[in-house]
Design a protein around this ligand. Structure first.
Ligand SMILES: *[C@@H]1O[C@H](CO)[C@@H](O)[C@H](O)[C@H]1NC(C)=O
Ligand SMILES: *[C@@H]1O[C@H](CO)[C@@H](O)[C@H](O)[C@H]1NC(C)=O
Length: 292
């Protein structure tokens, strides 16, 4: 059965495919764990009519969430990145430069408090220790993905391969692949979406987890577990040392999720339109009293 759970007092109606729990209308059970979904905040950026947020990630030391988005049509830029402090949502804004940058992708070096942004004029770096933004690499190129793990990994528009910047040197990995989005795990397994699906690869071996390329993104939680999501919910990818035994399964049935991220307590954050929600484990709420 599909129930529509409307969480009270929200601007956006959230649809949860879940049992309707009399004691907790905002609760959702997944893998036998009960979660309570609550509204965190509404993003204040000026979005396109249809809200598109391709990526969210938190600068852990400041509990500040960054999110890339498509701004209103009249805006000269087609992508921007906004931020909001989760402890103090009044502390929010949009990264702006003196020129058109279209900063649609970013990732965070948590250890050094640095955010790397990619856009239509290469990679920029925002250093929170000195609060300045400066050009970092690849001026003139359009950057379609940034991923940070000890080094900056990125992809360029219409070019194959994942580029790794190591000092002044660049190395191209997966030279033959045109990757839509990717992450690199702590064990250096690449998880990526390309035109023919979702795959994992390491050391020249690849394994296909899905032939559908419609997954919206890939992210990792604080423990390094990998998740992906699309129209019908959130999926976990259990990476096996033997790559071919890697499995993917759905952990939450949730319609219309824009993107997900993990907060500083490792709870799932997700957006539906301009609203941000958090899913927190709860010890009660998912009991069914009698027969409905
Ligand atoms: C996508 O990646 C898989 C696994 O690496 C590869 O076999 C396939 O050819 C790629 N598809 C495209 C369209 O590049
Ligand atoms: C679920 O969260 C709401 C607030 O969003 C709270 O009022 C309610 O008590 C919570 N219920 C449970 C079972 O945790």
């Amino acid at each position: 059965m599909k129930f529509h759970v409307l969480i009270m007092g929200l601007t956006a109606a959230l649809t949860v495919n879940a049992q309707n729990y009399p004691d907790c209308p905002s609760c959702l059970k997944m893998n036998n764990i009960c979660y309570n979904i609550s509204h965190v905040l509404d993003f204040s950026a000026e979005f396109r009519k249809q809200v598109v947020i391709p990526k969210m990630a938190i600068l852990r030391s400041k509990n500040t969430l960054f999110y890339s988005f498509e701004p209103i049509f009249e805006d000269l830029e087609y992508y921007k990145t906004g931020f909001v402090n989760l402890d103090n949502p009044d502390e929010q804004g949009v990264i702006t430069g003196r020129q058109i940058l279209n900063l649609g992708t970013f990732d965070i070096d948590q250890k050094n408090n640095i955010v790397y942004f990619g856009g239509s004029d290469g990679i920029f770096v925002l250093d929170f220790n000195v609060n300045t933004m400066s050009a970092y690499s690849s001026r003139g190129d359009t950057i379609t993905n940034i991923f940070y793990k000890d080094k900056v990994y990125f992809t360029k528009y219409n070019e194959n391969g994942i580029i790794v910047k190591n000092g002044d040197m660049f190395r191209v990995l997966h030279e033959d692949l045109q990757v839509k989005t990717f992450v690199v795990t702590k064990d250096n397994v690449f998880v990526y979406i390309n035109g023919t699906g979702l795959h994992v690869s390491k050391g020249g071996l690849a394994h296909t987890l899905s032939i559908y390329p419609f997954f919206r993104g890939i992210t990792m939680d604080l423990e390094g577990n990998v998740y992906t999501w699309w129209l019908d919910g959130i999926y976990k990818i259990d990476i096996n040392k033997i790559l071919q035994l890697t499995k993917m399964y759905r952990v939450a049935e949730l319609a219309d999720i824009g993107t997900i991220a993990f907060d500083n307590e490792n709870n799932i954050l997700f957006n539906v339109d301009r609203s941000l929600y958090v899913m927190k484990k709860t010890s009660s709420g998912c009991e069914i009293v009698g027969e409905e």
